[in-house]
Design a binder for this molecule. Sequence first.
Ligand SMILES: [Zn+2]
Length: 144
Amino acid sequence: MTKVEQRVIELINEHGTAEPKNICENMGIIILSLELPERVNGFVMNRKGIWFIVLNDMLNDDQKRFTTAHELGHIILHGYANSINMSCNTGFCVSRYEREADMFAAYLLLQAEYDQYMDYETLTLDQVSQITHIPQSRVDNLFF
Ligand SMILES: [Zn+2]
């Protein structure tokens, strides 16, 4: 099990849910939906000790759910080290942090669909993409 996967499992056990929005609520993280430049899906920031996840209000519900999970990953895994972090699709922002946040989001959204711990190795690329609503190209990058 990877370090990222381990943190996801711990988080779910701690909060009794794998739904990104509910975990944020439990943790006092404020989610905002604002008008942002098109290439930006979302970002996290910390003001006076309070975390905010800012989402692009042009995203559809699935995209917002994934971006919330991704940004939550930054908070959990990277914290202050990465407190202003743009999430984008352009390939410009590919870094270890981005990849880890994507993995975090994928694990979390997979877990949200199952009551029991799920072994991803048994799933196909297609299934992972369908379950998480993460585009196949991105899933391919992460798991295969
Ligand atoms: Zn990111």
